[in-house]
Design a protein around this ligand. Structure first.
Ligand code: LAN
Length: 728
């Protein structure tokens, strides 16, 4: 099942036949599953689509379009291209890579649970890891554009070996050298230590304690795990279970070999407890707070005398939480990390014959994306709703949605939106400590089933835009359902007025000093974000224009408080700091959009003028903007070495939302983005666009279509209005 494979030295060419891969994206509400066809017969009866070809990096050979003479025509050409990537059910599937700690979880979790991959999937995962190794030293980073780290190198080294690469392969040999230079697997941060322990290549005694009894603490405690950021607590539930049982997998030959290969000293003579806080310098973004170290020491003593019945109750409760999470999300789980950890727990407890095992094994497929660089584990089970909401708004605002040639595409998008809205609360709701979901839209699919504040905001905007602003569209989503969305949005407002991601802020900010993950910043609790807050302001503002009689006072109060939060969140330099996109151009665009909807523009507000001055000070010679992912870690503007079409679009949109009175900077931005458009209407992939937890970059490859098209169409109209003296 996991035999060694003959692997070429370079990953530049597919290790499988790229013409045999097929993506199914139009079933089960937008589920993504890649299949490799074994025979010519199968290939004939299931031909490759343009979507398959595009994402596999195969040529589409579209003829050149008529050259665009202005921004609107460029937007038209852009959408004529991008429409070809819309799936049959109306959404736009795409790759979602970047983080380099996900594929190892998929591989290690599958390996210890007795689940397999096809030979082709293994070969393409190996190719991905070869292609994403650091071009100079050959290690792996936290994300695809970062320097080699102990976490990235240790986990991906283990993964590539499990997948079938021999230890003497030049790629493995080079990576091993880097790993040793970084201190070996012993210097890996906590999440690396965890996965390697699950694999049997690290000793649980070398991990800081994760007692499942934590979940039994009284709920009123301010640091109770139910009050942590949902991504953090959902990872620590299965982690605590596996830690408590000190899970030991089979000692296979490979496990024995990895113990030899991954350390700078003899594995069997390592002083494990001394490794608990041994973290490679390069990895360290959030060093332990002294309180955390003291707590770890206390918990270490507790581990020596833990009370077995209490431990059992803690484990049983963690297991119950895991089962509820699986059932609430159709076994997709909140994200890729807890997905694979839950899978391991269910494999151990429920066993390979169980329904849970089979469902978990099957839903792994939703995360395995096969792309131009090989196969990797996606950041979520897709970006379905999020990408759809932006391209729809772009098309409606630019007027492209009204063109007859795009009608069918728009109806399909609306149909997709309709089926993606959650109409009920989670099956396990209060018992699983979940926020309400009735009326919400998710980030990916309805099956995944999590409300996100800004996804609900953007989803609702897209729905209203399509149903109300495009003549002749069917009304598929009732007012009642939109009101449910409004109720959910209002329920997510924090006392500060701001909105966080999945839930209300539940815990105090000092909890951050218990951040155990070392490589991420601000993960312990929910925080309010300008981006999320903005989406809610704009969507509520658009909703009340359409339905001025629903919860009038509540909406007014919500918007007012949210705007106040947004004012407070403006940075002294004038911009807003982005947590989910890179970085100031991203958040400032959203912020100025929502301020414009409450009448704050360049003419009326000093804040907005300040934001414009800030952006203009960063515009480059060529008319564009470009920010490096480093800005998110540094919380300060950091130029990218190249200008970027996506960031240029965000910045130009921001200026237009502000109703900036001079045409010149917007015109220059528009020309820059047009100059990068390919003859077929597309744009090439540039630098990475997204971010989370301050340090980990994540790719949003559809942004190069949605935001460029949006900006170009908008700029064309905007500049014309400036010229003719019409108000924008
Ligand atoms: C995402 C992706 C989307 C993102 C936005 C909607 C853009 C944002 O505005 C709100 C937060 C959200 C939903 C978000 C949260 C964190 C995610 C799920 C991710 C960045 C994608 C991957 C990431 C997840 C945490 C990765 C696993 C890593 C851990 C630290 C558990």
């Amino acid at each position: 099942m996991w035999d060694e494979l003959d692997v070429p030295d370079s990953g530049d060419h597919f290790f499988t036949d790229p013409t045999r891969w097929r993506l199914t994206a139009h079933e089960d509400g937008g589920r993504h599953v890649w299949t490799y066809l074994q025979t010519d017969e199968q290939c004939k009866s299931w031909p490759q689509t343009d979507i398959d070809k595009y994402w596999l990096g195969l040529p589409l050979n579209y003829p050149a379009q008529t050259a665009a003479k202005n921004g609107f025509e460029a937007a038209e050409n852009g959408y004529r291209f991008y429409k070809n990537l819309q799936a049959l059910d109306g959404h736009w599937p795409c790759e979602y890579d970047g983080p380099m700690f996900l594929t190892p979880g998929l591989v290690i979790g599958s390996y210890v649970s007795g689940m397999s991959f096809t030979r082709e999937e293994r070969l393409e995962m190996i190719r991905y890891l070869i292609k994403k190794a650091h071009p100079v030293d050959g290690g792996w980073g936290l994300h695809t554009e970062g320097p080699s780290t102990a976490l990235g190198t240790a986990l991906n080294y283990a993964a590539i070996r499990i997948l079938g690469m021999r230890a003497d392969h030049p790629v493995a040999a080079k990576a091993r050298k880097v790993l040793h230079k970084l201190g070996g697997a012993a210097a890996s941060p906590a999440w690396g230590k965890f996965w390697l322990s699950v694999l049997g290549v690290y000793d649980w005694e070398g991990c800081n304690p994760i007692p499942p009894e934590l979940w039994l603490l009284p709920n009123w405690l301010p640091f109770h795990p139910h009050k942590w950021w949902i991504h953090c607590r959902m990872v620590y539930v299965p982690m605590s279970y596996l830690y408590a049982m000190r899970f030991q997998p089979d000692e296979t030959d490979l496990v024995l070999a990895l113990r030899q290969e991954m350390y700078t000293q003899n594995f069997y003579s390592i002083d494990w407890p001394a490794q608990r806080n041994n973290i490679c310098e390069v990895d360290l973004y959030a060093p332990h707070h002294p309180i955390m170290d003291i707590l770890n020491k206390i918990l270490g003593v507790y581990e020596m005398c833990s009370i077995p019945p209490l431990r059992r109750i803690g484990m049983d409760y963690s297991y119950k939480l895991i089962c509820m999470e699986d059932e609430n999300t159709s076994y997709q789980d909140l994200g890729p990390v807890n997905k694979m950890m839950n899978l391991v727990v269910r494999a151990i407890v429920d066993g390979p014959e169980s329904e849970a095992y089979k469902l978990h094994a099957d839903k792994r497929r939703d995360f395995l994306w096969v792309g131009a660089n090989g196969a990797n584990m996606s950041g979520t089970n897709g970006v379905q709703l999020w990408d759809l909401a932006f391209i729809v708004q772009a098309l409606v605002e630019t007027g492209l949605a009204e063109q007859e040639e795009h009608r069918e595409s728009m109806v399909k998008a609306l149909e997709w939106l309709e089926q993606a809205q959650m109409v009920e609360n989670p099956k396990h709701y209060e018992s699983a400590h979940r926020h309400r979901t009735k009326g919400a839209w998710p980030f990916s699919t309805k099956q995944q089933g999590y409300v996100v504040s800004d996804c609900t905001g953007e989803g609702m905007k897209a729905a209203i835009y399509l149903q109300e602003h495009v003549p002749g569209m069917p009304k598929l989503i009732s007012k009642e359902r939109l009101c449910d969305a409004v109720d959910t949005l209002i329920s997510l407002q924090n006392p500060s007025g701001g909105f966080a991601s999945y839930e209300l802020v539940r815990g105090p900010s000092w909890l951050e000093c218990l951040n155990p993950a070392e490589v991420f910043g601000r993960i312990m609790i929910e925080y309010e974000y300008p981006e999320c807050t903005t989406s809610v302001i704009t969507s509520l503002a658009i909703f009340r224009k359409q339905y001025p009689d629903y919860r009038v006072k509540d909406i007014e109060r919500t918007i007012k408080a949210a705007v106040k939060y947004l004012h407070d969140a403006q940075r002294p330099e004038g911009g807003w700091f982005g947590s989910w996109g890179i970085c100031f151009t991203y958040a400032t665009q959203f912020a100025l959009e929502s301020l414009s909807l409450v009448g704050e523009t360049y003419a009326t507000s000093e804040r907005v003028r300040k934001a414009c001055r800030f952006l203009l000070s960063k515009q480059r010679e060529d008319g564009g903007w470009g920010e490096s992912f480093q800005a998110c870690a540094d919380v300060a503007w950091v130029d990218h070495k190249e200008t970027q079409v996506v960031m240029t679009s965000w910045a130009a949109m921001a200026l237009m939302y502000a109703q900036y009175p001079e045409p010149e900077p917007i015109e220059r931005a528009m020309k820059m983005v047009m100059s990068r458009q390919q003859p077929d209407g597309s744009w090439k992939q540039e630098a990475i666009e997204g971010m989370f937890s301050r340090t980990c970059a994540i790719a949003y490859p559809s942004y190069k279509f949605s935001f460029t098209i949006w900006m170009l169409g908008k700029a064309h109209k905007y500049l014309e209005n400036l010229r003719t003296g019409k108000t924008n």
